[in-house]
Each structure stands twice: as C-alpha cells, then as structure tokens.
Design a protein around this ligand. Structure first.
Ligand code: M6R
Length: 605
C-alpha cells in the first residue's frame, strides 16, 4: 500500500504534491510527508496522521522548490509515527517507498557494519543508505540500478538527489507506478487517479522498469538498463468523477449511486435491441471449457463465491473459487481448458496480481473483472470485463461489489447460452429481470430509515452474527466484513446450517443476529436455524424479500427488499447490509471512508 507522488516542474510543487497526496490517502493514512529540492538542499517535512496535518505544517512553514516527492503511508515496518514517515532522507538523497523490502534486516546489518546510522524502524531507510553509498562512485541512474539489484521484495520508489536538482527517479518491482505528462511538468504517481487533476496522458512502468523524470522529458529503462519506449494512454473523462458532492462521505455517495452503477453496467453488456449479451472473444472456447476458477480477496472474493452459485446453477461447468493469498502458494493442477477469472476493484491487489502471474507463467487463459481498467491486473490479463462503476474512494467496497456481481451474473448467463446449458425463454427472462434491477436497487435504498433504527441495536453489543444459506451465505460473509471494517465491532458470517457445529455456542441473550433469508429453496431451513438462535436468546434482525406477516414475532426488526428473480436476490440483499454497517459506524463516530488500520488498495502481501 502507501501512495507515492513526484512532480518535476518549472514552478513550485508543494501545493500540487499535497493535493495529490489527498487523492492517494485511500492507499494509506498512517502518516504523510514530502521532500522538495530548493537551493541545493533537500527540504523534508513529515508527520504522523493525515495529509491535513502535513498541510498545516506547510502552511506555517512553506516548502519551496520546483521538484519534489510526497508519500502517504500504510505502516508495515515500524509504528506509524513521524520518524517512520516517508520520505527517508540522507544528506544527499531522499526516498519514498511503497511495498516491502524482505531482506531489509540483512541489508541493515551490512550497512551498520560499514558505519551507517539508522534513524527509523522502517525497511525503506536501507534504500536511502544504499543509494547514498552508491552515489559516491556512480551517477544517479547507475546508483539506483545497483541498489535495486540488492533488494528482495516488491516495491515502487520515488527518489530525489541533492546534487541533481532537475530529476526524479522512479522504479517499480511488484508495486504499481505510473508517470504523467504535461507541458513543462511531469509526474510520478502510485496510480493514474492521483495524477488526473493534472494530466490525462499516462504511461505505466512494468516490473523491473526505471524512469528518470525532469520537467520536460521522461526516459524509461528496462531491468537490463536499456532505454525503452512506453505506450502513452489517454484517460477517459468519466474517471474524473471523484467528488463527494452533497454526501457526508464517499461511502454514502457510493452506496446511493448503486442504481446508476447497475444501470451503466447493464447497459454496457446488454444489447437492448437484440436482447442479447455483448460478451465475445472468450479466451477459452465456452463449449470446451473444463473449469472456471474464480480468484479474489476480501469483498471481491465474496463476489467470486456468489458467482460459484450462479455458474453452477446456470451452466454445467465445474467451478472452483480461491482466496488469492492462498491460491498463489498452493500446488496447483493447471489445465489449458480452464478459465481463470480474477476479480478486483482496484486491479492492483498484490495477492490477486501474483495469482494472475502464476496462471500466466503456466500459460493459462486469464480474465479479469476490474473497476480500474488501466490497472496492472487488467493490463496483464488476456481478457478484461470492466464493471464500469467509476472511481470507488471509500475503503469499504460497495458499488464495486455490486458491479462485480452484475458482471459475473451476466457472464454466467452468456456462457450458459453459448453452451446451450439454458433454454431461450429462461435466458430472455433473466435479461428482462436485469433491466429492472436498477429500479429494485433504488427501492432497497428506501430501507435506510429502518436500517438506521436497527443500527442502534449494535451499540452495546459484544459482537454479532450474520447468517444466510445458498446465495445469501456470501452476503452474510460480506455483511460481517463490512460491519467489522467500518465499526470495529466483532462480527461473524456463517452459513446458517453450520451454526450447530460450533458457532451456536456464541449466542447469548441479546446478541444481534442478522438473518438473511430471501424466499428461495433455503427459506424454511433458514427459519429453522433462526429458531435455534431465538431459543438461545439471540436478537433477530431479519432481511428478506418475503412478506413480514409470515415471520416470527420474536424478530426484533425486519427489512424487506423487493422480490425479483431468486438468482438476483444477493444483489438486492447487499444494500441493507451496507447501510447497516454504515449506520452502526456513524453511531460509533468512526471514520467512514478511512477505517483504522486499512487502506483501499492492498499492494503488499
Ligand atoms: O481492489 P480489490 O477489489 O482487489 O480489493 C480487495 C479487498 O482488499 C477489498 O475488497 C477489501 O476487502 C474491502 N476493503 C472490503 O470492503
């Protein structure tokens, strides 16, 4: 994680560095810092906490200079204090770093033996001191290349040099890094989003690449130290919509945007005239497909889990799902007729990107379902299905989850049709249902007032439990994840049928238990599991698409979502569980868009 920015210009850069760091805060907000070059001096300023704090420091004591680097940190090595904040500077060089240097202890010992003194507990400082040492005998580019050869791990770097006033060096291995072009100004950034307010012309570094930026040119080198050219991408305008408007925070904006997210996504993939799905050029012939393997992390993994039910229900293809951090280290059996699908909002998640690399190295066909279409995962996949959700800024994933589910549902439907696993009337019925889905999502948002009252039940709770069966089981997992992430309350998600195998022991008088039970084939079974909870004093909060009157009087609260096709129920049931986590967090006064200890884009292992 962590966010990097670098600007080489013909005018002072500190204000633009601060503005870009604010955009990068979704990557980490433990501390912030910047270093500019002015009158042959490296001027470093840093603080623990948010970019706001750094801005206050600069307000009192401005940093001049037409060239500089900045950083927001998500702590890995060393507590989040001012000393461990980046940049890490010596007399002659200053470094910002995203990633982890796995052999930092060993490198540190060697440097200490040579007399180097360390100020921080970070792994980054070894880079500063290695480059400092190299600069005694080499130019900056050679010094950085020689340093990179000694580093193990994954990283992106931004480096400035006291004696080379007009250049910033960027380097990438594993962690993402982009550059941006403008007139009399060039940029380095952890992602294109941070650079968007300044330019829409972007190039991306590949693994092993190094770049040298000055205000009027950017040179690129590959890991063999040979000069290379880079493709320049023009960013689309819609990616610039990243304002929270009248909403209190990005998360509420993103939750309430979901009818539009759904509409945009459905319009992209459904051809209204032909009543068909616009998905072509499958990298593996659908008729010959052996297995689909779906891989993701966190919320994206939950959409894989839902998709497993859909692919199994609609097609005859075998389906496997995996958490990327597990998949990447397993002994895998590959088959060229398998399709490997990687689901990721950011397209930069380190574990998911590594899992994709493993599949590519084994010559497997890969598909990515991403929101950020210029991301590493999208660029490295054979086939990309974007979710068209627009930028998602809140750390808790909401509209991207919804978009992932819609694309996965549409994909399963298209595969079923091509393979003739579904009859045409059923196919047409599903397309029709998709068209009314945005209106149904709109109605789900109207449950907000009720959900708000329900949220009060969590204030004195020791913990909580989310239960569901079938397609509602992943929603139970997602509900628990959202609540933990936003309100710091312990929550467990379980398949309701598993309760008696252990978790029932947790139920005690007044424990909030959220039962997610659409009227599907599991409905009666879920109600029986709910009775087992009621008998032990659990406080039931019931979410269903079924009429309230039929439900038990022991239910403390019930939320009704519209009733649509059963296969689409997880999409609708997601909305109240998002609102619930949101309102519990509001009542507990938590930071909604930046929950503690987390970051939006997880670019470290
Ligand atoms: O960008 P990705 O979709 O790959 O991110 C995966 C997870 O880190 C992410 O979904 C995380 O679990 C969310 N913060 C949950 O709300």
């Amino acid at each position: 994680m962590c966010g990097i920015i670098g600007i080489a210009s013909n005018k002072p850069v500190s204000i633009n560095i601060i503005n870009s760091l604010k955009k990068l805060e979704y990557r980490g907000y433990d501390s912030a810092g910047l270093a500019t070059l002015n009158q042959n001096e490296i001027n470093e300023k840093k603080c623990s906490g948010r970019v706001e704090e750094l801005e206050k420091i600069l307000f009192k004591n401005p940093s001049d200079g037409n060239l500089g680097i900045g950083h927001v940190r998500w702590a890995t090595h060393g507590i989040p204090n001012q000393i461990n904040a980046h940049p890490h500077s010596s007399e002659i060089v200053s470094v910002v770093h995203n990633g982890i240097i796995e052999n930092s202890d060993e490198l540190k010992k060697n440097l200490e033996l040579k007399g180097s003194k360390f100020k921080s507990q970070t792994d980054t400082e070894v880079i500063t001191l290695l480059i400092t040492d190299e600069l005694k005998k080499n130019n900056p580019v050679k010094s950085v290349f020689n340093t990179l050869k000694q580093l193990k791990g994954s990283f992106a770097l931004g480096i400035i040099f006291k004696s080379y006033q007009n250049i910033i060096i960027g380097a990438r291995r594993g962690s993402p890094l982009a550059v941006g072009y403008s007139k009399d100004e060039n940029y380095l950034g952890s992602d294109s989003y941070a650079l968007k307010s300044m330019t829409n012309k972007i190039s991306y570094l590949d693994d092993g690449d190094l770049c040298v930026l000055s205000k009027d040119k950017i040179d690129f080198y590959n890991n063999e130290e040979k000069k290379i050219n880079k493709k320049v991408y023009t960013l689309s305008d819609d990616e610039n919509i990243s304002d929270k408007g009248d909403y209190k925070n990005f998360m509420s904006k993103e939750i309430f945007e979901q009818p539009i997210t759904a509409k945009n996504c459905i319009n992209e993939y459904i051809d209204s005239l032909k009543k068909d799905i616009n998905i072509y050029n499958f990298p593996v012939k659908p008729e010959d497909m052996n297995k689909i393997v779906l891989i993701g992390c966190g919320t994206a993994f939950h959409s894989c889990l839902i998709a497993k039910y859909w692919f199994e229900e609609l097609t005859n293809i075998e389906v496997e799902i995996d958490i990327a951090s597990e998949f990447r280290y397993r002994k895998l059996k590959f088959n060229s007729k398998n399709l490997y699908i990687f689901v990721s909002q950011s397209g930069e998640t380190a574990d998911t990107a590594a899992a994709l690399d493993i599949c590519k190295k084994n010559n497997m066909k890969t598909c990515s379902i991403v929101n950020a279409v210029e991301s590493t995962i999208a660029r490295n996949s054979d086939w990309v299905l974007p979710i068209h959700a627009g930028p998602e800024i809140g750390v808790a994933s909401t509209k991207a989850f919804l978009g992932q589910m819609i694309v996965l549902f549409i994909l399963s439907l298209k595969l079923a049709k091509i393979r003739k696993d579904i009859d045409l009337p059923s196919y047409d019925k599903h397309i029709k249902n998709l068209k009314v889905l945005p209106i149904a999502i709109e109605k789900c948002l109207k449950t907000e007032n009720k959900v708000q009252s329900m949220a009060k039940e969590f204030l004195d709770a020791k913990g909580s439990m989310f239960l569901g069966r079938g397609l509602s089981y992943p929603i139970a997992l997602e509900g628990a994840l959202k609540l933990k992430e936003l309100s710091y309350l312990h929550a467990e998600g379980y398949p309701a049928g598993e309760m008696k195998h252990g978790p029932l022991a947790l139920i005690e008088e007044g424990l909030p238990v959220i039962v997610i039970a659409p009227k599907d084939k599991y409905f009666e079974k879920t109600l029986s599991n709910m009775q087992e909870v009621i008998a032990r004093g659990g406080k039931i909060l019931f979410i269903s698409d079924h009429k309230k009157e039929l439900i038990d009087e022991n239910i403390r609260f019930s939320i009704k979502v519209p009733s649509l096709d059963k296969l689409l129920s997880p999409i609708l049931l997601t909305v109240p569980i998002q609102l619930l986590a949101y309102h519990v967090a509001i009542l507990k006064n938590c930071d909604i868009d930046k929950p503690r200890n987390l970051a939006k884009s997880v670019t470290v292992e």
